[in-house]
Design a protein around this ligand. Structure first.
Ligand code: C5P
Length: 403
């Protein structure tokens, strides 16, 4: 799935050592389907050459305001007129200051001033430069002007110092650019999601779990963030990176057992939407052993189970009782081996939630693909087989409509 299909991005590069990462970024944007037109400042060319960027993007690189190859000799107007967004990575402290004041003394700054599209900046500089009052004034002005700043991050810097000012990694930037272009239907909303399996401890080396990979829940978390929500992701044991972590809009709580997931969910239940995507163990172990249970010939141990709390039911009930209304909007998931629609709708009614999403087919665990059946009180809607992120985006739009 290409998330930037038909998007035209002017990729600006200013003078900073982080420019060595920009060729990789250009490739990632193009892999998502964007067409990339590079514009470089004079200083940027000290760090990466126009030839490199031309070879990667397949487009000639613009470096001068006075380019006679542009028909009307107005490259700044031509380039910004056709762009969906201008994105500058790295953006130096000097360029941030210029843009915050509306100065336009070279091609890149002029085309930013002449633009009719969005402007996104990925700042990159030494930590002293970033912390300087003048740069912080630029940040404030740029944000007031509706310009999006992606990063910077904290960490090791080329100058040998450690601190705030590093450019985000190309993959993180590309994710944020993709997110920028998604519909902001959940802006200002709080979304809680449980994801992954749970693990019920038998003894220090054994336990009971299931095949859930967490991919669907994590994809939904990403789609909710892309739609502008603040997300609290409560994850069972799964080895997945936190989506869009560098936006600072996601909190992740890692849990192991269903009991822990239940406690975490109840304490975060003050939200607008709750999606219970986790495959929660129905039973826990009554008395987990402190020491490893030794094998005793061919005699199997007697392990006593206890029923685990139903997290979805718990959140739906607690908040209903508190607020006197069915809030947050609770969404359950169902994996059934027979009669999906019938069982899923029964589950929706039994749990008293407005929406249930059924996983169609047996091959969803661990896969990047899925197909869903979304059931609410208006009926059911099938979301055809696609990448989980694509389905997650469709699901988030349906939920946004319902709330
Ligand atoms: O009852 P069942 O497990 O079939 O329902 C599945 C839905 O309920 C899923 O949304 C799952 O996350 C949620 N669930 C839960 N707590 C449990 C069991 C299931 O939140 N203990």
């Amino acid at each position: 799935m290409q998330s930037l299909l038909n998007k035209k991005i002017v990729l600006g590069i200013s003078g900073g050592i982080a420019a060595y990462k920009t060729p990789e970024l250009a490739r990632l944007l193009m892999q998502e389907g964007a067409s990339v037109q590079v514009v470089m400042t004079e200083a940027a060319q000290q760090f990466v050459t126009p030839v490199t960027m031309q070879a990667l993007t397949g487009n000639p690189v613009f470096t001068s305001q006075w380019d006679s190859s542009v028909a009307n000799n107005m490259a700044h107007i031509e380039l910004s007129r056709s762009a969906d967004a201008i994105f500058i990575a790295p953006t130096s402290a000097d360029l941030m200051a210029k843009l915050s004041l509306g100065l336009a003394d070279d091609l890149l700054s002029t085309l930013c001033l002449a633009r009719g599209c969005s402007l996104l900046l990925a700042p990159a500089m030494n930590k002293q430069m970033w912390e300087h009052a003048a740069t912080q004034r630029s940040v404030e002005r740029l944000e007031k002007d509706g310009i999006a700043l992606l990063g910077p991050a904290s960490g090791f810097q080329a100058c040998g110092e450690v601190g705030m000012g590093r450019m985000l990694e190309p993959a993180e930037i590309a994710e944020q650019v993709v997110a920028f272009f998604q519909k902001k239907t959940l802006r200002g909303k709080k979304v809680m999601i449980t994801a992954g399996p749970t693990f019920e401890t038998i003894d220090p080396v054994r336990g009971i779990t299931n095949h859930s990979s967490g991919k669907m829940g994590f994809a939904i978390a990403k789609a909710a963030l892309e739609a502008g929500a603040d997300v609290h992701l409560i994850a069972g044991p799964c080895n997945l990176p936190t989506p869009l972590e560098t936006t600072g809009k996601i909190i992740r709580t890692n849990v192991v057992s269903a009991k822990e997931m239940h406690a975490a969910a109840l304490s975060a239940a003050d939200c607008d939407v709750f999606l219970a995507v986790a495959a929660v163990a129905d039973w826990g172990i009554a008395k987990p052993s402190k020491n490893k249970i030794k094998r005793q010939g061919n005699t199997a141990p007697n392990i006593e189970f206890i029923a685990n709390p139903d997290i979805l039911l718990g959140v739906a009930k607690t908040v209903k009782a508190k607020a006197g209304k069915p809030y947050p909007y609770c969404v359950g998931f169902a994996a059934e081996s027979t009669d999906l629609e019938k069982h899923a709708d029964e589950k929706r009614k039994r749990k008293g939630v407005p929406m249930i999403v059924g996983n169609i087919g047996p091959d969803t665990f661990g896969s990047d693909l899925n197909q869903l059946l979304v059931i609410d009180d208006r009926g059911s809607k099938k979301l055809a087989k696609a990448e989980k992120l694509h389905l997650a985006r469709q699901l988030i739009q349906l939920i946004a409509k319902n709330i």
